[in-house]
Design a protein. Structure first.
Length: 726
């Protein structure tokens, strides 16, 4: 074995593995030892003799066959070809992910063959003779996950190269002189990868857009959007089309709808909201029950299939909520005006109307197109004031207008009664096994230049839960109504948690003295809820909330209804936010089509639309997360001299991650820079262990840190370790 090691320098691959790979790549073509030696660029007698010997060993092992004297083919049963995706690590190695395989398979750098993160590839899998562990080699790139990349350009005399900020992108991109465009040295640019010659170290590309100078606010926000292929403005022709739409409320159209303009109706939204998707109406019925109307903007009335506006909305599939702006799915004329359920305006809506008993039992339901008049717009804070004070006075400090004002007794009664019903609905959900994720959201106070001047945390209160419960009710009942007819529909599904992730989480939370019951589905839900309640307000809350969310499967859109584990619903859809989510538009269209007597539509066609919508939702979520990270780094730039108390949120062989308690900003303390001892990583304890003191730095420990470096381009914080909080 040592001879093989010497022959291939640092490589641990034997001749046998290389021979097997050559034959596997050319499965229908026989090779003799001379041809193999030529491919391996070996021309000495010793190496050729090794090849002859290894060919005979492989044949004896029945992995290859001698198809004719001295010529060999790989045996058909030895060919292990699969299609899957590449998941890169930050260490220039990857994993081959394939549904046909039980586990992800390691791909060393030398076997990537120019595959990049997310690429769909054809690969073959083999057991390493030296370790018996499977490895994969990419044989063919079937589809690139992306061809456009964001990075900083360095320009030399006759060429440039772009270094991306993505840690999983292991190569820079070479830009020939004639494809530099208007880029200047040091600009943040969007480049397109055009070619990657077999023997070239880097792919070739061209600059397609200059985004600006690194560190500038708009540059970095536009770079985040460009990184995920998300737009930040509408094409001129789409805006022009939208501006020509007739948005007037006409008597003829009203006649086709259920007229609910005289029934008390109001909206409750964030105080800075500009589009209002949903409104609630309320009235007491003669039999003592309540009629609750969930009224949703009738986007599909304006957004007609087959138009350039609909194509644009489908391609976007979702609005993107960045830290300083919203990139809407629909142009402003629709999202903020025609479709927005603004106060004191008549609007077309698509409604789910329920007759509900005082015990929150639904005894009747109706779905269809309506017209409403919104009597009042509330912020969550104003509605919360009514719930807490049971008064019709909205004080100055809570008021949207900045002045104290009064609302009608009728609105107060409606709000309090809806709150009462919502609490019953919520209790029922929890009893059925729903999981209560009320993760704290980090928000920023921004000045006029979009500089972060403060951090605050958004938490859900009764007013948030009031809206949430009635939106959940509408989504569930619409899905149930169509699902029981066995017709194709757009479901929002959520699978059960991954067992391996639950066991890993159990090991981590035990460090804090917590545990979860993994006996069965019901016990898992109950103990997760108990865990989330127990950590509420504790220093480790954000860490454990995050861990719990990561154990969950990702919710997605599908025509195959498997239910929603997290909400404990057998049927669930997205119906209530068509201004910002395209699946809700599709749900509206399908519901109306079926109400009109239509037959079930093509499941295959709508499944493709579901896959696209799920992918775009994922990209939008990544962009939103990056924008928060960017703003956290920007905020911490101005606090470099300040000492912060934080919680260790991650431990690795290269250092500890620390989340600052007062603002949730996370950064790294590198192990080599922790000077009070020499530390090594202990993976069993998830801790760094001091060699001399034997002291531990482990998950959940409180430590003091200072900002060492705040990199806006990479969106990374590095901390100085000060001391442990004993």
């Amino acid at each position: 074995m040592s001879k093989h090691h010497k022959k291939f320098g640092k490589s641990t691959k034997t001749f046998s593995e290389k021979i097997f790979k050559i034959l596997s790549k050319n499965q229908n073509k026989p090779f003799n030892y001379k041809q193999i030696a030529a491919i391996l660029e070996l021309d000495d007698t010793k190496s050729r003799n090794e090849i002859i010997k290894d060919l005979k060993i492989l044949a004896a092992q029945k992995l290859i066959i001698e198809s004719e004297p001295g010529k060999y083919l790989v045996k058909a049963t030895s060919q292990k070809y699969y299609e899957g995706k590449i998941d890169m690590t930050i260490r220039k190695t990857g994993y081959f992910v394939c549904d046909e395989l039980d586990n992800d398979v390691f791909v060393p750098f030398t076997n990537l063959n120019h595959a990049l993160d997310g690429d769909t590839v054809k690969a073959y899998v083999y057991d390493r003779r030296s370790s018996r562990k499977p490895e994969a080699e990419v044989l063919e790139i079937l589809e690139r996950a992306k061809e456009e990349f964001v990075g900083v350009i360095s320009i030399q005399k006759n060429f440039g190269f772009v270094t991306t900020t993505n840690a999983k992108m292991y190569t820079d991109i070479f830009i020939p002189k004639n494809k530099l465009g208007e880029a200047e040295h040091g600009d943040v640019v969007l480049v397109k990868m055009e070619d990657w010659p077999q023997k070239a170290d880097s792919p070739f590309g061209s600059v397609i857009k200059v985004l600006g100078k690194p560190g500038e606010h708009n540059t970095e926000i536009h770079a985040i959007l460009a990184e995920y292929g998300l737009p930040y403005d509408f094409p001129i022709e789409v805006e022009a089309y939208a501006n020509k739409i007739d948005t007037t409320i006409t008597p003829d159209e009203i006649k086709k709808r259920r007229d609910m303009r005289k029934i008390l109706t109001f909206t409750i939204d964030p105080k800075d909201a500009k589009d209002f998707d949903d409104a609630l109406s309320f009235q007491v019925l003669e039999n003592g029950n309540y009629e609750i109307g969930v009224h949703i903007a009738d986007v599909s009335h304006y957004l007609l299939e087959g138009t350039i506006l609909d194509d644009e909305a489908f391609n976007r599939a979702t609005s993107v909520y960045l830290v300083d702006r919203v990139v809407p799915m629909l142009p402003e004329v629709l999202s903020n005006f025609a479709c927005s359920l603004r106060p004191n305006e008549e609007k077309y809506t698509f409604s789910a109307i329920f007759e509900v008993t005082p015990k929150a039992e639904v005894v009747n339901q109706w779905f269809g197109r309506t017209v409403i008049y919104s009597d009042q717009r509330f912020s969550y804070e104003e509605a919360q004031q009514i719930i807490e004070s049971k008064s019709n006075v909205i004080p100055t400090e809570t008021s949207l207008t900045g002045k104290e004002y009064q609302v009608s007794d009728e609105i107060v009664f409606a709000t309090l009664k809806q709150d009462e019903l919502a609490k019953i609905l919520r209790r029922k959900r929890m009893a059925n096994g729903a999981i209560s994720f009320d993760k704290v959201e980090v928000k920023f106070n921004l000045n006029e230049e979009f500089e972060p001047v403060g951090v605050y945390f958004k938490t859900s209160k009764d007013a948030n839960h009031l809206i949430e419960e009635f939106m959940l009710l509408a989504n569930r009942k619409v899905a149930e109504f169509i699902g029981k007819q066995k017709k194709t529909f757009i479901y929002r599904i959520h699978d059960e948690p991954n067992e391996d992730k639950l066991f890993a989480m159990q090991a981590l939370i035990s460090k804090f003295g917590y545990k979860i019951n993994l006996n069965n589905k019901q016990d898992i839900s109950k103990s997760l809820n108990q865990l989330l309640e127990d950590v509420n307000g504790k220093k480790e809350q954000n860490l454990i909330d995050t861990l719990a969310i990561r154990t969950m499967s990702k919710a997605k859109y599908s025509t195959d209804n498997i239910g929603h584990y997290g909400l404990a619903f057998d049927y669930y859809s997205h119906f209530t936010s068509p201004i910002r989510r395209y699946p809700d538009v599709m749900a509206h269209r399908l519901l109306q089509f079926y109400l009109d007597g239509g037959k079930s539509v093509s499941e295959e066609l709508y499944e493709e639309k579901c896959v696209h919508s799920s992918e775009m939702e994922y990209l939008a979520a990544q962009a939103e997360r990056d924008s928060v990270k960017y703003m956290q780094v920007k905020y911490m730039q101005d606090h470099k001299d300040q000492e912060f108390l934080g919680v260790i949120s991650g431990v690795t062989e290269w250092g500890i991650y620390v989340e600052i308690i007062e603002n949730k900003c996370e950064g790294m303390c590198r192990i080599r820079e922790i000077k009070d001892d020499y530390y090594t990583f202990d993976d069993k304890q998830y801790a760094l262990v001091g060699e001399i003191s034997k002291s531990l730095l482990q998950l959940g420990d409180e430590v003091y840190v200072k900002v060492k470096n705040a990199d806006l381009v990479k969106k990374q914080l590095d901390f100085h370790f000060i001391r442990k909080n004993e």
